[in-house]
Ligand binder design. Structure first.
Ligand code: 5GP
Length: 209
């Protein structure tokens, strides 16, 4: 039984190359949840196999900057030469409808959301060690050496920010990490502050609003 009506905003974040995308996909393949993925907008060119409207909405710089002006993003950030942002409209609609929305964002964006909303659950996806992160970025084979180095330098600056999150999930094995995230989501639902009002209403201890 679900006692809270508003959906949870789940913010998956952490350094580039840690495997947030892979973990997020594994999470969506698990049974027993009602998660919606918030598709981000970016000015980065698509990688081979990436599909517009599935992986990202790929837009021009001009279009992105126009949307910044119109306050159309819940958060946005510039990351290694490109813009990335979360379109705001759909996120709020889903939350109001009681669905869980998953954002997959880099660290600056996660911290913007943290400052703006009170109902987010912030999960830092961490690599088991630095070498694993470097190997992942190399193996992906989509970026030049220079870009890989920039992403590693950025990761070094992001590690200490993990203390601003509610949870740290080490991505040692993708399926383990996805299981832990689902367990976190379930536990968050049972939090007293999220469910007490509805529970007392149900028992007619307080009046229905
Ligand atoms: P990539 O170019 O590897 O797809 O993404 C670069 C970084 O941007 C990753 O850490 C990814 O999680 C992050 N990212 C993707 N979408 C968003 C978004 O909407 N907002 C922010 N702030 N970061 C994002």
């Amino acid at each position: 039984m679900k006692l809270n009506e508003r959906g949870l905003l789940i913010v998956l974040s952490g350094p580039s190359g840690v495997g947030k995308g892979t973990v997020r996909k594994a999470l969506f393949e698990l049974e027993g949840h009602d998660l919606v993925y918030s598709i981000s907008m970016t000015t980065r060119p698509p990688r081979d196999g990436e599909v517009d409207g599935v992986d990202y909405y790929f837009v021009s710089c001009q279009e992105f900057e126009e949307r910044i002006k119109n306050d159309a993003f819940l958060e946005w950030a510039e990351f290694v030469g490109h813009y990335y942002g979360t379109p705001k409209d759909k996120v709020e609609d889903h939350l109001k409808a009681g669905r869980e929305v998953v954002l997959e964002v880099e660290v600056q964006g996660a911290l913007q959301v943290r400052n703006k909303t009170k109902d987010g659950v912030f999960i830092f996806v961490a690599p088991p060690n630095k070498e694993a992160l470097y190997r992942r970025l190399l193996r992906r084979g989509t970026e030049s050496d220079q870009v890989i180095q920039k992403r590693m330098d950025k990761a070094e600056r992001e590690f200490p920010l993990a203390h601003k999150y509610d949870y740290i999930v080490v991505n040692d094995e993708v399926t383990n990490a996805a299981d832990r995230i689902l367990a976190i989501i379930r536990a968050e639902h049972a939090r007293t502050e999220r469910s007490i009002h509805k529970y007392l209403e149900m028992l007619e201890v307080i009046e229905h609003e």
